[in-house]
Write a protein that binds this ligand. Structure first.
Ligand SMILES: *Cc1c(COP(=O)(O)O)cnc(C)c1O
Length: 338
């Protein structure tokens, strides 16, 4: 689907890296090795990772593009599709990088508020998008920071009704009850993004991937920097995919912990929103963040329209216990002051 692509990108050719069997390799100005193999540039096409992911996901290699975190992939979509002054639409509240990337790429950015921060009025959203005529709609699903999951049937309605690219950022999908994936074959304006940073516990290696129609992948690949995913990351990512049982176990544990922490927070009088991510979002007392920082416990505090709201990431049960106990301590201390 070329319809939404930037005009100048339609003519762009990809930077081509030849893969030829060799005896002596003196074609890339690489230095002498002192650490086994790392003197060579990485596999530019991430072929092993894409092969393994394709198999796991039931998709084709040509429908997958790897990125230096999914953050890079959000930017690549904007590089390929967004012309100056064109509009990007998301929901609010949501991941703040969408607005930042849009502004960096000279676009305009608008948000449509979630209802009570817990659900999307899909008909209202579609009307909003149809009247605003954006180039890109980007949705964090489940949504960071509220934990809201837009149901698949609503995602499909949006993809059908909106005359633009729909980017579905599924950074937290492993913690959710539902995923959207093979729909990218039917709805050619749909792009799904995933990451190794959250459920797979590998935020440090910077690895994410995009799943979309092969033609979309082909064009977005043209705006990618060569060798965007380094050799250490590719090797570690492959190891993660070979250790799936352990990772599935971790996801199950986090989901159980999420509900245990929810109960404890409710007992303390907080009201966390329903969450399909590895975090809970709730309204708390002023000064909670600072009081916790003093005890070396970090949670995320929000400002602006979300002043007084906090997001707690679900960690190991030991970490969660310490965080909860510290919150109770803060409760008791501030109680005494009053
Ligand atoms: C954490 C997160 C990402 C992940 O970014 P990476 O670059 O893959 O680490 C993407 N989108 C959302 C909404 C996130 O919360």
């Amino acid at each position: 689907m070329l319809k939404y692509l930037r005009e100048d990108i339609k003519k762009l050719k990809a930077y081509k890296v030849n893969k030829i069997d060799y005896q002596i390799k003196l074609d890339a100005n690489e230095g002498i090795a002192w650490l086994n193999g790392y003197n060579r540039y990485p596999d530019d096409s991430c072929s092993e990772l894409r092969e393994k992911l394709a198999k796991n996901l039931g998709m084709k290699r040509e429908e997958i593009l790897m990125g230096n975190g999914s953050s890079e992939l959000i930017e690549l979509v904007m590089k390929a599709y967004l012309e100056a002054e064109e509009l990007v639409i998301s929901i609010s509240p949501t991941f703040s990088m969408y607005k930042i990337f849009t502004i960096i790429h000279k676009g305009n950015y608008e948000e449509y508020p979630l209802k009570d921060m817990t659900s999307l009025d899909v008909e209202g959203f579609i009307e909003f998008v149809q009247s605003k005529k954006p180039k890109i709609v980007i949705l964090s699903n489940p949504n960071n920071p509220t934990g809201t999951l837009i149901p698949k049937e609503d995602i499909i309605k949006i993809a059908q009704a909106c005359d633009c690219m729909i980017v579905l950022d599924e950074a937290y999908v492993e913690f959710a009850e539902e995923e959207t994936l093979e729909e990218v074959r039917q709805y050619k304006n749909l792009i799904v993004l995933r990451t190794f940073s959250k459920a797979l516990g590998l935020a440090g290696i910077r690895l994410g991937y995009m799943i979309a129609d092969a033609e979309i992948i082909d064009y977005i690949n043209r705006v990618r920097s060569p060798y965007n995913v380094n050799s250490l990351t590719q090797a570690t990512g492959l190891r993660a995919l070979e250790n799936e049982e352990e990772l599935t176990g971790n996801v199950r544990l986090i989901k159980e912990e999420r509900e245990r922490v929810r109960t404890r927070l409710e007992e303390m009088g907080y009201i966390p929103l329903p969450s399909q991510g590895n975090f809970l979002f709730f309204k708390g007392e002023e000064g909670l963040y600072t009081a916790l920082v003093e005890k070396k416990v970090l949670i995320r505090a929000y400002g602006g329209d979300l002043k007084g709201y906090y997001r707690l990431t679900i960690g190991t049960s030991e970490e969660n216990d310490i965080a909860l106990a510290t919150m109770e301590e803060v409760r008791n201390e501030t109680g005494k002051d009053k």
